[in-house]
Write a protein that binds this ligand. Structure first.
Ligand code: SF4
Length: 258
């Protein structure tokens, strides 16, 4: 837990979030029907990124927290028992200082909160945010080897993500893992077994979610004038998807294809 008094942290928060886009009623980013707020800015540059236009730190549009809360409240009747709000990106934890007051308001309204993150940031703001205001963390596991992690993300030190996983586990609060499955790069039996072995004793992991690779983001890279790194990659066959699910089911109680 954070050693900082909570009042200090909330007082130090910002009231502006830099937003790339908002999906009012999404069904792919967390439980039930959710408003998904895609935040601007990410320090990684994953070769398969579907939203490369979220990477730049200076893009997007500034939103007041009050305006975002008002927008969410209009959608609240559609959330039902399971739905709520997810912040995704980009990398949302870069804006933890602003998500804190946003999620605090949502929790006061009884709305389920979730964060989709690459897990590279764990400071006193993120700890406060995760411990007190985030019902579900969806943690993106990029690769199980350091070389693979660097090749996929352009950044070193995959351990940062695992440190966040350990922190979440110690808090006892819910977590899903997400894994982009690319033939030959991440859909490799040894890597799937390594992931399962690493996380098999985690009690907080409710679900292992596989995101099958597809090239739908390629045109966005081209629009940015960037060369798409995976233009020769192919999608998984049905057999390859089912084989990956079968391996992961040895380790996780729920394995889903998103
Ligand atoms: S962490 Fe997510 S938003 Fe950032 S580059 Fe990777 S896929 Fe894109």
């Amino acid at each position: 837990m954070s050693s900082y008094p909570k009042t200090t942290i909330i007082e130090a928060t910002n009231t502006i979030l830099r937003v790339h886009s908002i999906e009012s009623l999404g069904t792919h980013d967390g439980p039930g029907i959710r408003t998904v707020v895609f935040l601007q800015g990410c320090k990684l540059k994953c070769v398969y990124c579907h939203n490369p236009d979220t990477i730049a730190m200076d893009g997007g549009e500034e939103y007041e927290i009050d305006a975002l809360v008002d927008r969410v409240l209009k959608m609240k009747p559609y959330f039902g028992k399971r739905g709520g709000v997810t912040v995704s990106g980009g990398e949302p934890l870069l804006q933890s200082k602003s998500i804190l007051p946003f999620f605090k308001r949502l929790k006061q309204e009884g709305i389920h909160t979730s964060i989709d993150t690459n897990g590279r940031i764990l400071n006193h703001f993120t700890k406060e945010l995760l411990d007190d205001y985030t019902d579900l963390v969806m943690l993106d596991i990029k690769h199980m080897t350091e070389e693979g992690y660097q090749a996929l993300t352009g950044m070193r030190n995959k351990e940062t993500t695992f440190n966040l996983a350990k922190y979440r586990e110690a808090s006892g609060k819910k977590m899903w893992l997400r894994y982009v499955l690319i033939p030959g790069l991440t859909n490799v039996p040894e890597l799937l077994h390594a992931m399962g072995t690493y996380f098999k004793d985690y009690k907080t992991i409710e679900r292992m979610e596989i995101l099958p690779y597809h090239q739908l983001g390629a045109h966005k890279w081209e629009a940015l004038g960037w060369e798409y790194p995976l233009k020769d990659a192919r999608e998984n066959t049905q057999e390859e998807l089912q084989a990956a699910v079968a391996i992961l089911k040895n380790y996780f109680k729920e394995v889903t294809l998103n």
